[in-house]
Design a protein around this ligand. Structure first.
Ligand SMILES: Nc1nc2c(ncn2[C@@H]2O[C@H](COP(=O)(O)OP(=O)(O)O)[C@@H](O)[C@H]2O)c(=O)[nH]1
Ligand SMILES: [Mg+2]
Length: 587
């Protein structure tokens, strides 16, 4: 299916044309039929000669209903510009064309209607020239009379040529269905309709409501009035939602594939066409079927920041339109450049931002996003419309390669600096490093650790192990000298303290391999455990604690934890009667 919108001045025959092509009544409201004027969007469809189906979104032409017109045109990629042969180019022809141009609509036809009332040549020439100057470019023109039926077969053939040129929809794309109508059906509950431009919907799907993220379930789907289990883009679709209260959804809301869109109330955009120098500070942003008041902050020559009155699920590259509702006039089109722009708080930030935006074109680009953001989560980027093809550096984090290399260098510097500042600690805590490198996640610190860095017990150290500070090294040498005659006689705690060896210094010496620690303040020379096994292996097996103590020439204060250490290492074994035996004799 293809979807095409009408556009053009009021009373130029848009609805009559849709009626003639489809046999369906696009004006749904009694008031519309009574007044003979389209107020809201109308929907109708027909089969073309090729067998393809085209659905029409028929829009109102009256200037009071331009917001309705924009809601219909917003999600539709092609338009029929309708001009009456007897009236020619009119103000609303111009505003509708400006809207199509602002939205970047590039597929269309010129249909000159009421050709039974006047020679269509002048209207074709005038309208053709206006259209050629827009995003639509040169379009095919067809003159028709809905009254006589003249030109309708030619128009059907031209429609076939038009829809054949439309780009194929991305069926694997996430769904963003802009709601253009919402109503309740007795027994079914809430139904919304919209133009599905990409992706596919299935009965049973879970979708997120764009304004709150609330999850809802698809209870039923209709396409061209028929119930379906599945509807693929492009399509006009009616979605019956389970558990959604009446009036919960209105035009401009959206149904989304959960987790795939970034809701934003702040965007940086490029104005297209000839942006007015004196853009009003408040305007209405029209995108998809939504219309939201925005505050405009100029940044560069053609770039501005928009603060939206409520968040919308926008993507980089989205086309939208700014309109001045007071002055009934399309102020301009725009392309969304950034849906998650940085705050502009520092002095000069706006100018710097303008410089960045000057280099953006609204085409989502992974390398560029990473260059600007340095680090980003995969999900964050896909939610902005960026296709992620790079491997994460850690978890779901992606990094700009240059930034990542610089972080690796800085990490070594920070670890070394920390070791200087805290010589007694076994390395810098990951959290401290995360903070110093201003990283959002500890996993990133861990991922940056590579030789000469090591990560152990939540700390990053630089190998070779940092040498002990001189006073500690000196104290350790003194202690070890005192072991010379009685290698298993550990100095008392106050002796260690007198030498300047408190728990932290002892810890540093132990980690440096300069001492063996049995308990808080019970230390031996580093090879003492192995020496002890050699001594104990010479005893009659099994041996008692007392025998071990005597053989080692030491006290219970040392013998008990030393034997426990050897038990833990599996070189001695404790028997049920508290005696021990050496399991693995020393080599
Ligand atoms: N003679 C003639 N009248 C037409 C033709 N198309 C539309 N009209 C009349 O023009 C008026 C406005 O048509 P309508 O379709 O409501 O215009 P819209 O506002 O553009 O939708 C109606 O009175 C139609 O009957 C045509 O081809 N020939
Ligand atoms: Mg109409």
């Amino acid at each position: 299916m293809h979807v095409v919108a009408t556009a053009g001045h009021v009373d130029h025959g848009k609805s009559t044309l849709v009626r003639a092509l489809t046999g369906m009544e696009p004006d749904r409201w009694a008031e519309e039929r009574r007044r003979g004027m389209t107020i809201d969007l109308g929907f109708a469809w027909t089969a073309l000669p090729s067998g393809d189906t085209v659905a029409f979104v028929d829009v109102p032409g009256h200037e009071r209903f331009v917001p309705n017109m924009l809601a219909g045109v917003g999600p539709v990629p092609a338009a029929l510009m309708v001009v009456a042969a007897d009236e020619g180019w009119m103000p609303q022809s111009a505003e509708h064309l400006a809207a199509l141009d602002a939205l970047g609509v590039s597929y269309g036809l010129l249909v000159v209607t009421r050709a039974d009332l006047a020679d269509p040549a002048a209207a074709i020439a005038a309208a053709g020239a206006e259209i050629a100057a827009t995003s639509l470019g040169q379009v095919e023109a067809v003159a028709v009379s809905a009254r006589t039926g003249d030109g309708l077969p030619a128009l059907r053939a031209a429609l076939d040529r038009l829809v054949a040129r439309l780009p194929a929809p991305a069926l694997d794309a996430p769904v963003r269905l802009w709601v253009d109508r919402s109503f309740t059906v007795r027994g079914s509950g809430t139904v919304v309709t919209g133009t599905l431009g990409g992706g596919r919907l299935r009965v049973g799907d879970q979708l997120a409501l764009a304004d709150t993220g609330e999850l809802v379930r698809v209870r039923g789907l209709h396409r061209l009035g028929e119930a379906r289990d599945r509807v693929d883009a492009v399509a006009r679709v009616a979605v019956n939602l389970r558990g959604v209260p009446k009036d919960r959804l209105t035009r401009g809301d959206a149904l989304l594939t959960p987790g795939r869109f970034h809701r934003t109330d702040l965007v940086d955009v490029r104005l297209t066409g000839d942006p007015a120098a004196d853009l009003p500070a408040t305007l209405t942003l029209h995108v998809g079927a939504a219309a939201v008041p925005v505050r405009v902050r100029p940044l560069g020559v053609d770039t501005v920041r928009l603060r939206l009155a409520r968040p919308l699920p926008l993507l980089v590259g989205d086309r939208a339109l700014l309109r001045d509702p007071g002055r009934h006039h399309v102020a301009g089109g725009l392309t969304v450049l950034d849906v998650d722009p940085p705050p502009l708080t520092r002095r000069g930030a706006a100018a710097a931002r303008a410089g960045v935006l000057a280099g953006l074109d609204g085409r989502p680009d992974l390398a560029g996003e990473l260059r600007r953001r340095s680090l980003a989560r995969t999900g964050e980027l896909t939610r902005m419309g960026v296709t992620v093809t790079a491997e994460p550096v850690a978890g779901d984090w992606l990094a700009d390669p240059g930034h990542w290399r610089r972080l690796g260098v800085r990490l070594v510097e920070e670890v070394t600096r920390y070791a200087r500042e805290h010589p007694l600690e076994p390395g810098a805590p990951v959290e401290v490093l995360r903070h110093r490198l201003d990283l959002p996640d500890r996993a990133l610190v861990a991922a940056l650790v590579r030789p000469p860095l090591t990560l152990r017990a939540g700390r990053v150290a630089c190998v070779p192990a940092d040498t002990l500070p001189e006073p500690v090294a000196r104290a350790v040498r003194r202690v070890r000298a005192e072991f010379a005659d009685h290698p298993f006689r550990a100095p008392e705690a106050d002796r260690l303290a007198a030498l300047g060896l408190g728990p932290r210094e002892i810890g540093a010496a132990v980690r440096a391999g300069a001492l063996l620690r049995l308990a808080d303040t019970v230390v031996l020379p580093p090879g003492a455990a192995d020496d002890a096994v050699r001594v104990l292996a010479g005893l009659p097996q099994p041996f008692t604690l007392s025998a071990a103590r005597q053989a080692l020439d030491t006290t219970r204060r040392v013998a008990v934890p030393l034997l426990e250490l050897l038990d833990r290492r599996g070189v001695t074994r404790r028997l049920p009667d508290d005696a021990r035996e050496v399991v693995t004799p020393p080599a």
